[in-house]
Design a protein around this ligand. Structure first.
Ligand code: 5GP
Length: 196
C-alpha cells in the first residue's frame, strides 16, 4: 500500500517558511498543508481556514481535552496546535503532509512519528531575521522582542532536524524542499529510508 509522508517544517518567525512552503505546494500537488488551530488573533490579510483556524482559548482547551490535537504548544502567549483528523486522513491517502510548526511541537511529532521528516528553514544571515520580524509591522515592540528571543532559541536547535534549508532565495529554497520531499516519499514507499 502507498504510504504518505509526514513532514515537519520549522524555522524562526520571519524566516519566510510560509512562502517557501506555499511555493512548493504550487509546484507539487501531492503536497498538502495542515492548517493549525490557534488562539492568536488574525493578522491583517490572514484568512480563517487557510492560514489558521482562529479559535477562542475555551475552544482550544476543549480541543485538547477531546484529543483533537496531535500536538500543541503555548508560544509567545498564544496557543497553537495541529488538528489530528486531517493529518491522519491525508496520510492514509498517500499524501505528503506538511506541518509548519515551531521546534517544541516538532519534537513532539518526532516522538509520535519517528519516521517523519524534519526540515529546518534558516535565514541566510541572522540580521535578516530582525529586519523581517520588525518590518512586518503588525506586532507591538514587546511581542517583537519575545519573537526575536524565541527565534534565537530556535536557531540553536537547528541540528536536531534531518535537513536544513537556507532560505537565500524563495525559488531555490522551495526547489530544494520539493527535491527532499520527493526523495523521502520514494524511500518511504520502497520501505527504505533516505540518506539522512
Ligand atoms: P505565527 O504566530 O507567526 O503565525 O506562528 C508562531 C509560531 O508558531 C511559528 O513558528 C509557527 O510555525 C508555529 N506554529 C503554527 N502552528 C503551530 C502548531 O499547530 N503547532 C506548533 N507547535 N507550532 C505552530
Amino acid at each position: 500500500m502507498k504510504s504518505g509522508l509526514l513532514v515537519v517544517v520549522s524555522g524562526p518567525a520571519g524566516v519566510g517558511k510560509g512562502t517557501v512552503v506555499s511555493r512548493a505546494r504550487e509546484k507539487n500537488n501531492n503536497i498538502v498543508y495542515s492548517v493549525s488551530a490557534t488562539s492568536r488573533k488574525p493578522r491583517p490579510g490572514e484568512v480563517e481556514g487557510r492560514n489558521y483556524f482562529f479559535v477562542s482559548r475555551e475552544r482550544f482547551n476543549e480541543m485538547i481535552k477531546n484529543n483533537e490535537l496531535l500536538e500543541w504548544v503555548e508560544y509567545c502567549g498564544n496557543f497553537y496546535g495541529t488538528p489530528r483528523a486531517y493529518v491522519e486522513e491525508q496520510l492514509k491517502k498517500g499524501r505528503i503532509v506538511l506541518l509548519e510548526i515551531e521546534v517544541e511541537g516538532a519534537g513532539n511529532i518526532k516522538r509520535q512519528y519517528p519516521e517523519c521528516v524534519s526540515i529546518f528553514i534558516a535565514p541566510p544571515d541572522p540580521d535578516e531575521l530582525k529586519r523581517r520580524i520588525t518590518g512586518r509591522g503588525t506586532e507591538p515592540p514587546d511581542v517583537i522582542e519575545k519573537r526575536m528571543r524565541r527565534a534565537k532559541e530556535e536557531m540553536e536547535r537547528m541540528s536536531e532536524y534531518d535537513y536544513v534549508i537556507i532560505n537565500d532565495t524563495i525559488e531555490d529554497a522551495s526547489d530544494r524542499l520539493i527535491e527532499i520531499l520527493e526523495i523521502e516519499l520514494e524511500a518511504a514507499n520502497k520501505g527504505t529510508s533516505a540518506n539522512r
